[in-house]
Design a protein around this ligand. Structure first.
Ligand SMILES: Cc1ncc(COP(=O)(O)O)c(C=O)c1O
Length: 441
């Protein structure tokens, strides 16, 4: 039975049959895990069906419990730049864990990966490892506040920095007035301390910084937004943020948790030439294990305990298994690997966008090297308002299942980016291209 020729209800039956074990497991999961998941986006709410329960991965491939294989373009939300279970990473983890999994002391593994990152990421003179991206941004904010002795934080609508109280705030409309949080449970004080502005709006950012300059501790942003689809910041926008934060001794924080080591060893900052005061990292640097890190100017970093008065600690921070697996991943990434991966992605995007143009379809891919998103619009997307307008809604749901039917695993939410790893072959990308061309836009 070909799924394309079926009515939706038949298609649903087809999916239910094909994903029978996933469904059983998910029903069981719901009895003990909230909503059956440990992170909301995994629930498939955005694509209107029960999630697939995955069993194992190898290279670019992911396998569910029903025995279905998928080429994976979610890659643990951008963490796996070398795909699943790369031999070097598995060996690094195995060799480390058999000598003990955690000591709660300084280890050689932390020093080695710290040196690698300090050598490669322009803004980072010293670094502190934590256990998640959320912990990194939360701690970087505290550090910025401790350093500047100020409270306000500027962020940008549609940028996601983890589930930090202060950073779940978005602007209702315009500046500082009508602010609201994206979550219940955030005390008013946190909401009041955050100003959320439209991404890429240099004039508004400049006016706001000038207005509140003596109260602002930090400006935080993704230099390439990856959580409202992919939107690279305009060079002029980054330049003005750098100029004004320097002028008013405000800490500029780049959240490179998604972009760090994605397109090159130096992160997005080395490409745009704007060097922030602090940088947050995560995802790729853990080699597929839980991780986060923040680092930057030595004078700011040294305000952290034990040297300074800003307290931040962690039982598992800098865990040796994570550090060794992360370093094994980073050591696989050299200039040639990045060149091949980035060029492969560039050609893929060019071919598809050309196709959409020729067919006059209101769709395009927006891209930052091997990080991409589908836009259901032929207009460029510059900020969160544009991103919401270019979202597919029910068409995204249909696209998701169309791809699943072709053995392609894709982020189960409209505004998420999809990723290509160094293990994806030209053939994998050609298959994706055909599948995307074959969708009834
Ligand atoms: C840019 C960015 N910052 C922060 C985070 C939060 O990281 P974590 O999920 O590890 O807490 C994410 C997660 O997707 C992210 O994309």
């Amino acid at each position: 039975m070909s799924p394309e020729t079926c009515e939706l209800s038949l298609l649903e039956i087809y999916h239910a049959m094909r994903n029978k074990i996933s469904k059983q497991f998910f029903e069981e999961a719901k009895t003990v895990l909230v909503g059956g998941v440990n992170s909301p986006v995994r629930s498939f709410n955005g694509v209107g069906a029960d999630p697939l329960v995955m069993k194992y991965g190898k290279g670019s491939q992911l396998f569910d419990y029903d025995g279905n294989a998928y080429t994976d373009y979610c890659l643990s939300w951008g963490s796996l730049i070398f795909g699943h279970a790369h031999r070097n990473v598995v060996l690094a983890a195995k060799n480390t864990v058999q000598k003990g999994s955690s000591f709660g002391t300084t280890t050689r593994q932390e020093i080695d990966i710290a040196k690698f990152i300090v050598e490669n990421v322009p803004s980072i003179e010293q670094i502190r490892f934590v256990n998640s991206g959320t912990e990194a941004t939360m701690s970087a904010l505290r550090l910025a506040r401790g350093f500047t002795k100020r409270s306000l934080v500027i962020k940008f609508d549609g940028c996601y920095h983890g589930h930090v109280d202060d950073l779940l705030t978005t602007a209702g409309s315009g500046v500082a007035t009508l602010k609201e949080s994206s979550s219940l449970g955030i005390p008013q004080g946190h909401i009041d301390n955050t100003i959320s502005l439209p991404y890429n709006d240099s004039a508004l950012a400049a006016a706001t910084i000038e207005k509140y300059k003596n109260q602002i501790a930090a400006v935080i942003l993704e230099p390439v937004a990856g959580n409202m689809g992919v939107i690279p910041a305009d060079p002029g926008f980054l330049k003005i943020l750098r100029e004004l934060t320097s002028k008013h001794q405000i800490v500029l924080i780049f959240d490179e948790i998604m972009t760090g080591f994605r397109a090159g060893l130096g992160g997005a900052q080395s490409e745009c030439g704007i060097i922030p005061d602090l940088t947050c990292l995560g995802k790729i640097i853990g080699g597929g294990f839980p991780v986060g890190a923040y680092g930057g100017r030595k004078d700011i970093m040294q305000c952290l305990a034990p040297l300074g008065g800003v307290y931040q600690a962690g039982t598992f921070s800098g865990n040796p298994v994570v550090m060794r697996s992360g370093l094994a991943t980073l050591q696989l990434m050299n200039k040639d690997v990045y060149r091949t991966l980035n060029e492969r992605c560039r050609q893929f995007v060019e071919r598809l966008n050309q196709h959409y143009k020729e067919k006059q379809l209101p769709v395009h891919l927006s891209v930052y090297h091997s990080m991409m998103s589908v836009r259901f619009s032929d207009h460029p997307v510059k900020n969160y308002t544009d991103a919401k307008k270019a979202a597919g809604g029910d068409r995204y749901r249909k696209l998701f299942w169309h791809l699943i039917d072709q053995g392609i695993y894709w982020p189960p939410a409209d505004l998420e980016a999809f990723f290509v790893s160094a293990m994806h072959t030209k053939k994998d990308l050609l298959r994706l291209e055909e599948a995307l061309k074959g969708f009834a836009w």
